[in-house]
Design a protein. Sequence first.
Length: 276
Amino acid sequence: MRRIGCHVSIAGGITNAPGRAEELGCEVFQMFTRSPQGGMAPKITSEIAEEFKSAMKASNQAECYIHTPYYINFASEKESLRKNSVRIAREELERGSLIGAKYVMTHLGSSKEGDRQKAMELAAQSVKEILHGYKGSTELLLEISAGAGSLMGCTFEELAEIRDKSRQEVGVCIDTAHMFAMGYDIRTLKAVAETEKKISATVGKKSIKLVHANDSKVDLGERKDRHDHIGDGKIGRDGFVHLLSTFDLDFILETEHDKVEQDIVVLKDIRAKIKT
């Protein structure tokens, strides 16, 4: 695969997203299907779903990925918040299935209200509830976090434990900036190989389904989520050469849109040189 894309806006409706992705040079893309800050989700009718699928073909977009809203917290001890997070994640899977999205990726939330082990149990229970009775085609991915504060799922060990406790077959989305901020070095070929070994020993390399490709404004292990443009940050261009060589997956950029088109070009250039 190694198709390249970025997160795009759904302003004016989700049917506008594939065209925007094509304009930016995407081969695949990611989007929200609702406001990431809250509020009711716009209904996806059968007509909208068909229009979206037609736009995907017309815009030459191979896949669409969905990101859940920011406010989700599967580890909250406030049952109303946790249950609402479960409901929204399930809705996103159902909505994704309507439009043919391949994956819905989500953060897990935080353990700030209580002890971490209890939060792990709650997160695993939430994943189990999200997928209970689910028959759709869109798959759920858990995204590794940058580890700021009390965020959950910031190591591959935690992601593996939550997945195993949930007894659900869920994949993992790796975010390069988050990994780096958590202390997983990916700047050199040797470092990427070491990180790959850690992945294989925990969640398993086959569980990695998607890459969020972001350079990092912060140094290794600083545990802050600060995305930078490819080659401008602390990971550096060489890091992405090694990542693209190692992971035969789609790469989705989540960098600022002032230079995201340039980031797409950079990743495509790296990919072209890897293939030759």
